[in-house]
Design a protein around this ligand. Sequence first.
Ligand SMILES: *[C@@H]1O[C@H](CO)[C@@H](O)[C@H](O)[C@H]1NC(C)=O
Ligand SMILES: *[C@@H]1O[C@H](CO)[C@@H](O)[C@H](O)[C@H]1NC(C)=O
Ligand SMILES: *[C@@H]1O[C@H](CO)[C@@H](O)[C@H](O)[C@H]1NC(C)=O
Length: 359
Amino acid sequence: MKVSVLLTISASASAASVGVPQNRQKAVLHRRQQLDDQLGYLTAAAPLLKEMKPSKIVNLQAKSAFPGAKRIKVYYGPFHVPGQNAPKLPKEANPMSLDPNSFAWNNWISGFPLDATYLEQSTGLELENGSIATLETGIYNHHLAYVSSKKFSPDFAQCAGQPAKKTRTPSTFAGATQEKGDAIFSTPDLKFKSGFYMGADDKIVATGELVNYANDTVSVFAVTETEYLPGKPEGFKDVVTEVFSVNQCDGGNLALRPPPGQLKYSLKSQNMTILHDGYVLGRRAHLHDGGEGLEFWVNDKLICDSKAIYGGPTGTRKSADGKVWETMSGVKECVDPVQVKKGDSVRLEAFYDLIKHPT
Ligand SMILES: *[C@@H]1O[C@H](CO)[C@@H](O)[C@H](O)[C@H]1NC(C)=O
Ligand SMILES: *[C@@H]1O[C@H](CO)[C@@H](O)[C@H](O)[C@H]1NC(C)=O
Ligand SMILES: *[C@@H]1O[C@H](CO)[C@@H](O)[C@H](O)[C@H]1NC(C)=O
């Protein structure tokens, strides 16, 4: 039988170190495997986690023309994130945190409708007064992810000369990092018949990790606006999200480091072979400071040139001595559906300039 899988690819790559504040220096932030493993443990442990209920759900006007479409805004929190002057939490209080200065939580969450096909989601952090929580207010979003504990993403591609991995990566359906917080499981006009189906028996797991660079505690809500269709409408393709990395064929060495002595360079993935017929929908780079962009090639066609965006209101911060620095605040996203076939060749190339974006 022919498999028809629809894929949202989040191509992934990162620099070895970041130039954000004081105590973040030289941290190797990108540990894809670690986060994947963590999501695996978390989703497996879903029945043991505590429930987190939404603090509020607001009904909004649907944007899609599909019959029955509903749009809601779901709030969790407030989370009281301790500032730099607060006593450090003992490590045991945060066993799964990836950053030594962070505030983290892991729960299963109620509030999002089950047996529903999600068309898009947008997640962010809001202060108690409704303003967006930015780096200027002290808050750095290390990650915030809502993950299905019943749905797994099939491997998108196979590395040349290696057996297919048959990994079971939990499927993330909503979430945000510092640079990005939305995903469209259709096309931006919400006309393409596809969506992220969340089964009736699913248990959604939330994992969040924030850093507060301000001195005092900052209270934030995690807020998701989403649109969905009840059930699984006829003719809709199911979407999964995938993380796909430049070094995913290279075995154990997961932290990406600059080639010795080089500050401006690119990292190329090996050529890989696509394993399913389907479509690639939204796709974008995941880079850390120093990254300039990421190219995503299928056969000999560039299907996304996802360039990094620095600065702006969410990526500019002034240190105590008045020095202003810019962190990455976004990446270009590509959204036109690209049809792919089993056997197509795929590769990535990530570009870095550590002179322009010093670490
Ligand atoms: C909300 O609080 C933040 C931090 O105190 C402040 O910068 C912002 O201006 C406030 N927004 C509104 C709408 O009052
Ligand atoms: C933050 O706390 C430090 C150390 O206690 C202090 O030196 C600094 O002035 C404080 N910054 C602000 C903006 O209050
Ligand atoms: C990878 O694929 C590209 C484009 O199809 C091709 O030009 C290149 O030679 C391939 N590289 C290897 C190592 O097979």
